[in-house]
Design a protein around this ligand. Sequence first.
Ligand code: ZN
Length: 199
Amino acid sequence: MTVRDILQIGHPVLRQMATEVPVDEIKSDETQALIGDLVDTMRAANGAGIAANQIGVPLRVTVMEVTDNPRYPYKPRLPLTIVINPTITFLTPGQVDDPDGPKIVVVNEGCLSVPLRGDVERQVNIGVRYYDGDGVLHDEVKRGLTAGTWQHECDHLDGVLFVDRVKDPATLSTWDEFNRNGRDAFIERITAFVERVGS
Ligand code: ZN
């Protein structure tokens, strides 16, 4: 497999609505090679996830993984997850185990296609339906920062970048400035959130 170039904000493919992969093509050599390239490219760049259109392929495929990630040391671990044709639903308090818990979390996000970070509101409890790399259909609940990662990656498949969702542009910063000015306070707040929500 191959580490591919990652498209940067301004490239038109990042703004395209990606198309679904026919389910009977998930096991094809082409789709499996795409998945392999996404995993290699994500790992080489220390990303928490990457979508196919970020390497110039406008298909609804994304992969996510969080191990000991130097870009995002506060993120809970997330085993390698291959996601094809995902849909997300926002769960209501009546649909979750912890109805009194937080419903929205403000996450300072980054992206392999954007040289900035910024604050984005994400839903804490989501339902996801998707096919994995073997063509098996999954129906699952995701919570917390992991749910935020899912929303970020699925946005890519709709041509949406996190900067579109930044309500206060004053929160935008380079990585260097974030490390100097915002990192400690963010990590303290988000670590407390992860302990509260458990993911
Ligand atoms: Zn991204």
